[in-house]
Design a protein around this ligand. Sequence first.
Ligand SMILES: Nc1ncnc2c1ncn2[C@@H]1O[C@H](COP(=O)(O)OP(=O)(O)OP(=O)(O)O)[C@@H](O)[C@H]1O
Length: 251
Amino acid sequence: MAEKPVARRGPAVELANLTATHQRHPAVHHVSARFAAGSLAAIVGPNGAGKTTLLRAIAGLHRVDEGRVTLTGQKPRVALLPQQSGMDRAFPILCLDVVLQGMWSRLGAFRGTSAADRDRAQQALEAVGLGGFAKRPVGAMSAGQFQRLLFARLLVQDADLILLDEPFNAVDARTAADLLAVLRRWHGEGRTVLAVLHDLDLVQREFPDCLLLAREAIACGPTAEVLSAANRLRARMMAEAWDEIAPACAA
Ligand SMILES: Nc1ncnc2c1ncn2[C@@H]1O[C@H](COP(=O)(O)OP(=O)(O)OP(=O)(O)O)[C@@H](O)[C@H]1O
């Protein structure tokens, strides 16, 4: 994969023989793959293929049982957009405060926010088409608006590696196009962007690189090669044949 000649670079992501389990059953099994610095890459595969588990392992949020994840560069900042279905939107918090949360890891949780921080958060809201939403409680947003809000929070996180779990789920075509433009912008800035996706047409159109997963890595590299008919068939057959309750390293 060619690395992009831009000033700012996200890290390369290297997965070496990575195994991650849930209750001792492998969800990701001996996966080795590499994403170049500044990649815009999709992670695809059937339901239950281990995509979310892998993304969380890369983010350092899921324990790695075997093998390792290596991010190149000096302490790259990492941000994860989780799946919407895993989120509680009943929490009483205003949109601007959700965006400001994205700055906590850099500013420290106990430092008050400055006018400049709030301006930046407001600019991020405007960048995702939510300029008038600063004082709205998150419980009063549609699913698509909420996804835009989470993108605004990612914008202020200013991460080098951005991990997105099904970022266009439950959003309409207009919102998906707007959020895709944000991804393209991150890619143009040289950040590394990895997104779990199910829409293979979108992946083939917009994502130069791809990892096809079926618990194990079927293929990783240029999208057109990875998503060949033969690889897709292999992924489907592996997913169907997988023993859900196999112990780690039995397969
Ligand atoms: N919290 C959990 N406890 C036990 N098993 C889990 C848990 N989360 C996921 N799994 C199992 O791990 C495997 C991989 O799940 P994962 O969510 O990573 O797959 P996925 O590829 O993201 O699936 P989908 O496309 O359906 O979102 C599945 O067999 C799933 O049942």
